[in-house]
Design a protein around this ligand. Structure first.
Ligand code: NAP
Ligand code: MG
Length: 399
C-alpha cells in the first residue's frame, strides 16, 4: 500500500515520561506504516528544555504560528522536586502556559465517547466541550486582609483623573480582593469560541452572572454579543447552529438535563471547576482531549492528562504498564485531520477518521487499558485488559 503524503509539516512537540514512551509507539505502530509523516520536531522533554534554557518551548510556539497546526505530548511542569530529580538550572514555567500566552489562545476540552462506557449522567449522549477563558479574574487578582478601616477601589486614568468607590467600611477583620480582565482578552476568547463552534458545527452556550455583576460580567456578555452580531451571526445561521447567552446557574441546570453536544464557554473560574466536573462525569481523564485555538486560527492539539509519572517509574523498572494512549492518539488525529483540511488533503483526513474509529472499535470490542476495564459495561462483551503496546497493536489491526 502506498503511504499517504503530506505537503505541509505538522509541528511536533515531544514531551516527558510515560507519554513520551507512548508518543513513540503511537507513531511507529499507528501512523508511520500508513503516512509519510512530515513533522518539524521540537523536543520539549525536560532535559532539552533545560539544555536550551527553555528556548525550545518558545521556538515551538513560533513554528506553530508559522504552520498553523501542532501536536503536543504531555510535559512536566517542574516543581522543587523535579529541579532536583533532573538537576535543572531553573524552575522553568509551564510549557503550556508559555505556548498559550504566545498564541493568545483558548483551551477547548472535549471527552471521547465510546459505546460501553456510560457517563455518570446517562442522558449525556454527545460530548460537552468546555471552553475556558484562560486569562484574568481571580487568577490575576490582588487580595488582602483588613482590620477596622475603609477599603476603596481607586482607578486613575492616563490624565490623572480618579474614580474612587468604597468597597466596604470595616468595623473589624475581613478580606478584600480586586480583579480585572481586558477587552482584548475577552474579544480573543469570544472569537476563539465562535470559530471553534463553527468548525465543529456545534451550538455555543455562554454564561456569566451578569444579573449580579452588572458591569464586570455585563462586559463579557456585551463583547460576546457585539462580536456575534457583527462577525458570526450569518455564519452561524448558515451552519444551522445557535449562539445562546444565559446565566451560569441556568446553564448548569440546562447542561445536566441535556444530551450534550454543545460548546460551553466559561469564564476562567467557572471553566476551572466545570471542566473537572464534566471530565469526571464522562468517566476518565485519559479519555479527554484538549485543543488550544488562537483567534487567528492556529491549532495545538494535546491530551488533557499529564505525563502519568506513576506508570513511568514502573516502566523504568522494566515492568509492563497499561497506560491509556487514547487521548494522545486523538491529539494526533485531531492535528492530522486539521492539517488535511487546511491542505485539501482528503486522504489524510480519511486516515485520521479511520484511526479514530479503529481506536473506538477496539474498546467497543472489549480490548482496552486497565483504567477503562472497571468502567466498561456492554452485554455480551467481557472487557480484557491489555498492556499499552498490545492495545496499540490491536488498534493497528483495525485501521
Ligand atoms: P497525570 O499524569 O494526569 O496522572 C494522574 C493519574 O491519573 C495517574 O497516576 C493515573 O492514575 C491517571 N491517569 C492519567 N492519565 C492516564 C492515562 N493516560 N492512562 C491511565 N491512567 C492515567 O497527573 P499527575 O501525576 O498529577 O502529573 C504528572 C506530571 O504531568 C506532572 O509533572 C505535571 O506537571 C504534568 N502535567 C502535564 C500536563 C500537560 O502537559 N498538559 C497536564 C497535567 C500534568 P493511576 O496512577 O491511579 O493509574
Ligand atoms: Mg480545575
Amino acid at each position: 500500500m502506498e503511504k499517504i503524503k503530506m505537503s505541509t509539516p505538522l509541528v511536533e512537540m515531544d514531551g516527558d515520561e510515560m507519554t513520551r514512551v507512548l508518543w513513540q509507539w503511537i507513531k511507529e505502530i499507528l501512523i508511520e506504516p500508513f503516512v509519510e509523516l512530515k513533522t518539524e520536531y521540537y523536543d520539549l522533554g525536560l532535559k532539552n528544555r533545560d539544555l536550551t534554557n527553555d528556548g525550545v518551548t518558545a521556538e515551538s510556539a513560533l513554528a506553530t504560528k508559522k504552520y498553523g497546526v501542532a501536536v503536543k505530548c504531555a510535559t512536566i511542569t517542574p516543581n522543587a522536586q523535579r529541579v532536583e530529580e533532573y538537576s535543572l538550572k531553573a524552575m522553568y514555567k509551564s510549557p503550556n502556559g508559555t505556548i498559550r500566552a504566545m498564541l493568545d489562545g483558548t483551551v477547548f476540552r472535549a471527552p471521547i465517547l465510546v459505546d460501553g462506557i456510560t457517563p455518570y449522567i446517562p442522558t449525556w449522549k454527545k460530548p460537552i466541550v468546555i471552553a475556558r477563558h484562560a486569562y484574568g479574574d481571580i487568577y490575576k487578582a490582588v487580595d488582602g486582609k483588613t482590620a477596622q478601616g475603609k477599603a476603596e477601589l481607586v482607578y486613575t486614568d492616563k490624565d490623572g483623573n480618579q474614580v474612587r468607590q468604597t468597597v466596604h467600611d470595616f468595623s473589624g477583620g475581613g478580606v478584600i480582593m480586586a480583579m480585572h480582565n481586558t477587552d482584548k482578552s475577552i474579544e480573543s476568547f469570544a472569537r476563539a469560541c465562535f470559530n471553534y463552534a463553527l468548525d465543529m458545527k456545534m451550538p455555543l452556550w455562554f454564561s456569566t452572572k451578569d444579573t449580579i455583576s452588572k458591569v464586570y460580567d455585563g462586559n463579557f456578555k456585551e463583547i460576546f454579543n457585539r462580536i456575534y452580531q457583527n462577525e458570526y451571526k450569518e455564519k452561524f445561521e448558515k451552519a444551522g447552529i445557535e449562539y445562546m447567552y444565559t446565566l451560569i446557574d441556568d446553564v448548569v441546570a440546562r447542561v445536566v438535563r441535556s444530551e450534550g453536544g454543545m460548546v460551553w464557554a466559561c469564564k476562567n473560574y467557572d471553566g476551572d471547576v466545570m471542566s473537572d466536573m464534566v471530565a469526571t462525569a464522562y468517566g476518565s481523564l485519559a479519555m479527554m482531549t484538549s485543543v488550544l485555538v488562537s483567534p487567528d486560527g492556529v491549532y495545538e492539539y494535546e491530551a488533557a492528562h499529564g505525563t502519568v509519572t506513576r506508570h513511568y517509574y514502573k516502566y523504568v523498572k522494566g515492568e509492563e504498564t497499561s497506560t491509556n494512549p487514547v487521548a494522545t492518539i486523538f491529539a494526533w488525529t485531531g492535528a492530522l485531520k486539521k492539517r488535511g483540511e487546511l491542505d485539501g488533503n482528503n486522504a489524510l483526513v480519511d486516515f485520521a477518521i479511520r484511526l479514530e474509529n479503529a481506536t473506538l472499535d477496539t474498546i467497543k470490542g472489549g480490548e482496552m487499558t486497565g483504567d477503562l476495564v472497571s468502567l466498561f459495561k456492554k452485554e455480551g462483551v467481557t472487557p480484557i485488559k491489555l498492556n499499552s503496546k498490545d492495545f496499540l497493536k490491536a488498534i493497528a489491526k483495525r485501521i
